[in-house]
Structure formats: structure tokens, C-alpha cells
Design a protein around this ligand. Structure first.
Ligand SMILES: *[C@@H]1O[C@H](CO)[C@@H](O)[C@H](O)[C@H]1NC(C)=O
Ligand SMILES: *[C@@H]1O[C@H](CO)[C@@H](O)[C@H](O)[C@H]1NC(C)=O
Ligand SMILES: *[C@@H]1O[C@H](CO)[C@@H](O)[C@H](O)[C@H]1NC(C)=O
Ligand SMILES: *[C@@H]1O[C@H](CO)[C@@H](O)[C@H](O)[C@H]1NC(C)=O
Ligand SMILES: *[C@@H]1O[C@H](CO)[C@@H](O)[C@H](O)[C@H]1NC(C)=O
Ligand SMILES: *[C@@H]1O[C@H](CO)[C@@H](O)[C@H](O)[C@H]1NC(C)=O
Ligand SMILES: *[C@@H]1O[C@H](CO)[C@@H](O)[C@H](O)[C@H]1NC(C)=O
Ligand SMILES: *[C@@H]1O[C@H](CO)[C@@H](O)[C@H](O)[C@H]1NC(C)=O
Length: 731
């Protein structure tokens, strides 16, 4: 992806204050003219506020000590889904102090998972007395302060069914289908057994092997293989060089993963609604509990010298990091009588979640730019997701400052603080379902941030429609990493916009097919460990390792606000359909490479459809660009206004064409092109066609290919036809 050709304003570059009494004002940037204010609206307004001034505020107001202040509030005590009302009210009060006027808290009754009791222990049934060999601790060694009424939740996988199983066990690597196949080839079945597996989050090995899987799929694979229970832990193999084995102290005293750290998470299906008749059919069927690597080491040691060693299996099995704790990584099974008792007593109960929604009304009310982050967390959540919550507050503070100085946005901007993401986005999904018709016809883009800062590696996953706007925004923000002075976030990052979704953008992008993004700084290779979904994700971790200067929080806030303003203020939506066609082309080429040499249907018709779309896309983007130039050159005559609306409505309708089933907008895999699984799980486009190709099922391939050809044709028509796009619903 190249550099954007617009040059915005660098935060350091202050422009003189310019207030005009009447009329509209265009600001010319270095290369292209692209900003303008309220050329359609509010002729009676006295104060005009230039785009340059707006960008300056958005790039200068967010500050580190404020971000830390918000984080120190949000990270105190437990706020598991269902516990978030106090924080919702607090958030509303802050936003109101910042200058937002229209703020509401929405309450939704939803099903929530609840843990009542649990136990995991290694038992030796041969002994008649004292059978307990090792009792697994289901809480971290040190828990941060919380109130007695709201203690932090112990080890828990949301939606694990209730179950009490006792059985011999097998070490099954990452618990992928391929792992079980390999075990079977060695004559080892996990039928009727408990499996111990490694979690996949941020595994450099699996990334390299294109073999990542979501927690949900890990549990599903274990179920298919016949296991009756799952214990899952995070191995230290991905933490190099910061490991205990290398002599580093664990968090919070050093950068290594704490031995008692437990990675919680959801194992429910990505997007089924509890109101669906088949909701329960989509829940996992065998109990699963996350454990720490200290405990995993105890259980795995008991498998030493039993069954094949990992090093005799394929590369995916290599590199386990617990050798220094006496683990040899034999797969087992455990000796007869050496069993694990796994008891998970969980319930599904009705609870309340609360979203906070702040609206800044613009002149155009039916092309909404929505910004959101989730407020519920597994532990204190300094990284996931309160670095995002704190950054969002800084964006709101900056927007509020602009509002107080007389700014009114061109497009309506809505800010959302969701509750319930961690158990399947129940808060954003309920809000979306309650407002389906309106949301579907008015949301132009959804800009999500989960982790604003939990390391120094910038990552973006987004709809290709937004790539260009994202690149431009990242080039307006100075990088906190100033090894060479003047470097922007883009300079250090490099501009690799990935596919896909994360957090609540899984719902908006992956299921509802609305152009979305998610970005922020995360731990990458060589960064201190990010204690994801554990009680070690604290303010202290952030102060010492995650973002000690709080500059990364601030950089994300700046970029978020700047991107929102670019999208809300540019008269022609800052989308690009040519980039979308190019992304499709790349994805189709990759799928074609998977097919080569196989006697299956070809993808020729798909390739042709994309080529035709590409032609139409170039025409559409060029039309948009020239309309923009015309609009900025002189006041907008009515005819131009109609044309602008048409171009924008088509930009908005474009991605919605790729929704598989418009009646089931919240369903998993609803998007035909962008995967609805998180970005670290799935990277290529056309997820279902890819699945069909992996299965080498000719009729499945044909069905998916033909559906894509039909939809891509529809998208091409949309761009070409006179008029068209989403109907306006402006009241
Ligand atoms: C779970 O099963 C174990 C072994 O069968 C049994 O000893 C224990 O009492 C059960 N726990 C509960 C809470 O039912
Ligand atoms: C068993 O596999 C582990 C993990 O790959 C390796 O570290 C260890 O050296 C192997 N042990 C033997 C005895 O081969
Ligand atoms: C339990 O006893 C059986 C039969 O003697 C033996 O095969 C097995 O290895 C023993 N298991 C343990 C964990 O000692
Ligand atoms: C959402 O928008 C698309 C595209 O305009 C339309 O086809 C679909 O019917 C809408 N769905 C709902 C539930 O409003
Ligand atoms: C900081 O920037 C330098 C120069 O671009 C780069 O080599 C280095 O990897 C960056 N550090 C991080 C943590 O991104
Ligand atoms: C859209 O993307 C294409 C291809 O990357 C690029 O050539 C074109 O300049 C872009 N147009 C706009 C208006 O951004
Ligand atoms: C992984 O997938 C990407 C496309 O997403 C492909 O370019 C790459 O070659 C694959 N790597 C392996 C090892 O299969
Ligand atoms: C192949 O795909 C078709 C269409 O999706 C499906 O009906 C059929 O069951 C699949 N065949 C196999 C062997 O999975």
C-alpha cells in the first residue's frame, strides 16, 4: 500500500487561528484540497471553524497524564459484563464535562455466563488415601484490589457448559484438527479423555505456519476428536527473549509472563444471539477451563516419557518453553489411574449491560461516523480494553474542545462505550439489533479500538475501503518512537493495513458488513509480555512495561480523532472502492494458488468479475475525486449537491452488498469477503470460499464462487447505475 497523496497537518505544525464571520472557507493543504466546512449548512452560524484548526485540536488536545487518569479509574475493581453500570454513569459524566450534550445510557437485558464453582486437580486413583497429586490454582497469585462485592473472576471460559469429568489426559499441542490427526497417526486417541492444549493468541509459530485458530474452534476440534474436557494454557514459547527461563523476572517486577497468569476468554460462537432458537446448539459442548503455565507444567510433567515426544512430531509441535520447569512435552496419555478431575459449574443467566452513546449532530445526519470501544474486561484491563477506553475519552475531550470553540461537524459523529464485548459483543449487538434499520442505513464507518496501547507495535485491520484514510491519519500523528526526529506513526509502522476485525468491529464489519477498522499498539516480537485477559493487566503493568510514558495511548487517541474528522468532514466520503477491488484481486490470486494442480472448478469467473469491478471502481473514485475538487473550488450549486449525495450513498452501499444474508445481519461469517474472526486468527479474504477450497469440495466451491460472482456484479452495477445507493432517511 502506497502513501496517501493527501498531506494533512502534522501535530507539531500550528496554524494561526482563523475565524471568519460568514460564509464558507476552504483550506488548501500541501498537495490536495480536501477540507471544507459546512458548505451546505447553518448559514446563520456566526463562527466558522476551519478543518485545519479542527485537526490541530484533535492532534494536540490528547495528553498522556489525562489518559493515565482515565485508566486509573477504569482499571479499579472488576467490571465483567453485567457489572458496568457505575462506569457507564461515570463515563457519561466525563463526556458531558468535555462538552458533549447528547449522551444516553442504553440498558439491554442479555444472557450472560456466570461461574459458580469449579475445581481442577490431578488425582492418582491407585492410591486409596490422599489421591490428590496436584490441586490446580484457578486464580493468579496476586490479585489487584477490588471490592468485596465485585471480586475479579477466577479462571473462566465464558459459555463453557457445566460439567464434572474425571479422566486420563493427553497433551494435544494447540489442539487444532491437524494436531489430533497427527496423534491418531501415532495411535493415540483422545476419545473419552481430557486434553491439555496451548492457547493460540499471538503465537509467532502459528502465524508463520498460517495455522491459527480461535478459542471457540479449539474447543470444537477437541469435541470432534472425542475429548470430554479441555484445559488450556499460554506457553512461554512465544515470549522470547523475555522468559523466566532466560532469567527475566515476571510481571510486575520484570517483563516476563507470570507463572500464575491465566488467560481467560470466551469460547462461545462469535455471533449467535441468545434469542435465536438455535443459540444453545452453538454453545460449546464440553467443559473447558484456562489454567496457568505453572499448573500446566505440573500436569505435563506427569506425562514425561509417556508416548511420543513433541520433537518427533511435525514442526507445529516444537519449541515448547517449559523445559526449564521439567516438562519434556510427551503427549501421553497419562498412566492408568493418573487422572484429571475437571469440574466447571457454570450457568447462563439474564443480566443487564449498559452502553454509553454520545452524539454530535452534524449537518448530514444519515452518514454517521461511529467510534467505539468496549468497557467490560476480564481483569483490571489496563491494556484490553481500557487503553482504548482512555484513548476514547481523550478523543471526546478533543472533540468537545472543538465544539466549545464553535465547530459543528459536517456528518454526525456518534461515540460508543459498549459493555459485553468479552462474552460475544452482547452490548453492541443488542444496540445494533434494537436500531437495525436505522443503523444499517446510516452508519458510514465504524472506527473501533480495543488496545490503544499494550506494547509498541502498531497494527491495523480494516475494510479496504478505509485503508487510504487510515494511512493518511497515521501520517498526521508523530510516532512516540522518535529514533529519527519527525517520524510519523506511518513511518515506523510501514502501512500494512491487514484484513479483518477485532473487538466490536467483529460485529459491525464481519457480521453487519459495515466498513470498519480496529487499530492500536500491541506487544510484538521483542516487547515485554502483554498479560492478555489476566489479572496482571494492571495500571502498574502499564506504568512499567505497557506504555510507561502513556505516549502510545495518546498517539492512538490522536489518530482516532484525526481519522474520524477526515471521514466526517470531507464532502466526498474518504473511501476508495478501487483499493477494495485490488484487495479482492489479491485474495482471489491467493485462493487460485491453493487450487493449482487440483481438478476442481476454476476461479476464472471470479477473476473476471473482479476485473470488471476494478474498471467501474476507478471510474467511481475518479468521479468522487473530481467532485471533491469542484466542491472545494466554489460554493456548491444544488446540482453538485445531488451528485455528491449519490456518490456518497454508493460508497455507503458498496460493502453492504457483500452481506451473505441481510436478514441475519448479526450472524458469523455473514461477510463474503472480510472474515468475521479476529485478525490474529484469519488473514485472507473470501473466508467461506477459502473453507470450501480447503475442503476441496467441488460443489461447495462452485456455490460460493457463483455467489461471489453475482454479488461482485451487483456491486459493479451499483457503481455504474444512475442514482442508486442507500436510500436517504434524513428526517
Ligand atoms: C465431581 O466428580 C468427582 C469425581 O466423580 C466427585 O468426587 C465430586 O464430588 C464431583 N463434584 C461435584 C461438585 O459434584
Ligand atoms: C521433547 O520435545 C520438546 C519440545 O519440542 C523438546 O524440548 C525436548 O528436547 C524433547 N525431548 C526429547 C527427549 O526428545
Ligand atoms: C495404577 O495401577 C496400574 C495397575 O497396577 C498401573 O498399570 C498403573 O501404572 C498405575 N498408575 C499409577 C499412576 O500409578
Ligand atoms: C441493510 O442495507 C442493505 C443495503 O442497503 C439492504 O439491502 C438491507 O435490506 C438492509 N437490512 C436491514 C435489516 O435493514
Ligand atoms: C523505532 O523506530 C526505529 C526506526 O524506524 C525502528 O528501527 C524501531 O524498530 C522502532 N521501534 C519500535 C518499537 O517500533
Ligand atoms: C483510490 O485508489 C486507487 C488505487 O489504489 C488510487 O490510484 C486512487 O488515486 C485512489 N483514489 C482516491 C480518490 O483516493
Ligand atoms: C500464509 O498465507 C499467506 C496468505 O494469507 C500466503 O501468502 C503465505 O504463503 C502462507 N504461508 C504458508 C507457510 O503457507
Ligand atoms: C460439499 O458441499 C455441498 C454444498 O455445500 C454439501 O451439501 C456437501 O455435503 C459437501 N460434501 C462433503 C463431502 O462435505
Amino acid at each position: 500500500m502506497g502513501r496517501p497523496d493527501e498531506h494533512g497537518h502534522h501535530e507539531g505544525r500550528k496554524s494561526p487561528r482563523r475565524w471568519l464571520a460568514t460564509g464558507m472557507k476552504a483550506f488548501l493543504s500541501v498537495a490536495t484540497v480536501f477540507m471544507i466546512y459546512r458548505q451546505w449548512s447553518n448559514p446563520i452560524s456566526k463562527l466558522e471553524f476551519s478543518y485545519a484548526e479542527l485537526q490541530d485540536l484533535l492532534l494536540n488536545v490528547p495528553c498522556p497524564h489525562k489518559a493515565r487518569e482515565w485508566s486509573s479509574y477504569y482499571t479499579w475493581g472488576s467490571h465483567f459484563p453485567g457489572e458496568g453500570f457505575d462506569q457507564a454513569r461515570w463515563t457519561k459524566t466525563r463526556w458531558s464535562e468535555f462538552g458533549l450534550q447528547d449522551i444516553e445510557i442504553t440498558q439491554h437485558s442479555v444472557y450472560l455466563p456466570r461461574l459458580k464453582d469449579q475445581r481442577v486437580a490431578l488425582l492418582n486413583l491407585n492410591q486409596t488415601h490422599n489421591q490428590v497429586v496436584h490441586e490446580v490454582s484457578l486464580m493468579e497469585d496476586t490479585a489487584p484490589p477490588s471490592s468485596a462485592e465485585r471480586p475479579f473472576i477466577p479462571a473462566f471460559f465464558a459459555w463453557s457448559p457445566k460439567g464434572n469429568v474425571t479422566a486420563e489426559y493427553v497433551y494435544a499441542n494447540f489442539g487444532l484438527d491437524q494436531d489430533y490427526e497427527e496423534l491418531l497417526q501415532r495411535g493415540i486417541s483422545v476419545k473419552g479423555k481430557i486434553v491439555i492444549i496451548k492457547l493460540t493468541f499471538n503465537s509467532p509459530l502459528l502465524e508463520r505456519l498460517n495455522a491459527t485458530a480461535s478459542r471457540f474452534n479449539q474447543i470444537l476440534s477437541a469435541t470432534k476428536a472425542g475429548a470430554i474436557g479441555v484445559l488450556a494454557y499460554t506457553d512461554t514459547q512465544g515470549d522470547e527473549p523475555y522468559t523466566e527461563a532466560n532469567g527475566y523476572l515476571p510481571l510486575p517486577d520484570g517483563p516476563a509472563r507470570p507463572p500464575s497468569m491465566i488467560q481467560r476468554g470466551t469460547i462461545g460462537l462469535i455471533e449467535s444471539s441468545p434469542n435465536d432458537a438455535d443459540f444453545r446448539a452453538h454453545l460449546p459442548q464440553i467443559p473447558a477451563v484456562p489454567i496457568s503455565y505453572a499448573d500446566a507444567a505440573q500436569l505435563l510433567q506427569a506425562l514425561n516419557n509417556r508416548g511420543p515426544n513433541a520433537s518427533e512430531l511435525s514442526e507445529r509441535w516444537w519449541g515448547g518453553g517449559l523445559g526449564y520447569r521439567g516438562v519434556q512435552y510427551n503427549v501421553g496419555p497419562s498412566a492408568p489411574g493418573m487422572v484429571i478431575n475437571l469440574h466447571c459449574d457454570s450457568e447462563i443467566e439474564v443480566g443487564q449491560v449498559h452502553n454509553v452513546l454520545g452524539t454530535v449532530e452534524g449537518s448530514i445526519k444519515d452518514e454517521i461516523i461511529l467510534l467505539g470501544n468496549h468497557r467490560d474486561t476480564w481483569g483490571p484491563g489496563a491494556g484490553d480494553s481500557h487503553s482504548g477506553s482512555s484513548a476514547l475519552n481523550e478523543v471526546v475531550r478533543a472533540l468537545g474542545t472543538a465544539l466549545q470553540q464553535g465547530w459543528k461537524p459536517l456528518r454526525t459523529i456518534v461515540i460508543a462505550s459498549w459493555e459485553g464485548e468479552e462474552v460475544g459483543r452482547v452490548g453492541s449487538r443488542s444496540w445494533f439489533q434494537d436500531n437495525m434499520q436505522k443503523a444499517n442505513t446510516t452508519i458510514a464507518a465504524y472506527l473501533n479500538v480495543v488496545e490503544a496501547a499494550a506494547g509498541q507495535n502498531f497494527h491495523v485491520q480494516a475494510s479496504p475501503l478505509l485503508s487510504r484514510a487510515i494511512l493518511a491519519a497515521s501520517d498526521r500523528v508523530l510516532s512516540p518512537n522518535q529514533t529519527m526526529s519527525g517520524q510519523t506513526v506511518l513511518d515506523v509502522w510501514g502501512g500494512d493495513v491487514r484484513f479483518g476485525t477485532a473487538g466490536d468491529s467483529i460485529l459491525f464489519q464481519g457480521c453487519a458488513c459495515l466498513p470498519s477498522s480496529d487499530f492500536g499498539f500491541l506487544a510484538g516480537p521483542g516487547d515485554p509480555v502483554f498479560p492478555y485477559h489476566s489479572l496482571y493487566d494492571t495500571l502498574e503493568y502499564m506504568d512499567k512495561f505497557g506504555d510507561p510514558t502513556w505516549e502510545y495511548h495518546t498517539a492512538t487517541a490522536k489518530m482516532w480523532g484525526s481519522l474520524a474528522a477526515h471521514l466526517s468532514e470531507t464532502p466526498v466520503l474518504a473511501f476508495n472502492v478501487t483499493d477494495y477491488a485490488i484487495a479482492m484481486k489479491k485474495a482471489a490470486n491467493y485462493l487460485e494458488s491453493l487450487l493449482s494442480g487440483h481438478d476442481t472448478p476454476t476461479l476464472n469467473s471470479l477473476q473476471e468479475a473482479i476485473d470488471t469491478l476494478f474498471e467501474a471502481a476507478i471510474v467511481h473514485d475518479s468521479k468522487g475525486a473530481s467532485l471533491l475538487a469542484e466542491t472545494l473550488a466554489r460554493p456548491t450549486p444544488p446540482k453538485l449537491q445531488t451528485e455528491l449525495q449519490t456518490v456518497n450513498r454508493k460508497y455507503m452501499a458498496f460493502e453492504r452488498v457483500f452481506c451473505r444474508d441481510i436478514d441475519r445481519l448479526t450472524r458469523d461469517s455473514n461477510h463474503l469477503f472480510v472474515p468475521s474472526t479476529p485478525y490474529y486468527v484469519h488473514k485472507s479474504g473470501f473466508p467461506t470460499l477459502e473453507k470450501a477450497i480447503q475442503e476441496m469440495n467441488s460443489s461447495f466451491i462452485q456455490i460460493e464462487r457463483d455467489l461471489l460472482v453475482e454479488r461482485i456484479g451487483r456491486a459493479t452495477e451499483l457503481l455504474r447505475e444512475d442514482g442508486g445507493g442507500i436510500d436517504r432517511v434524513q428526517s
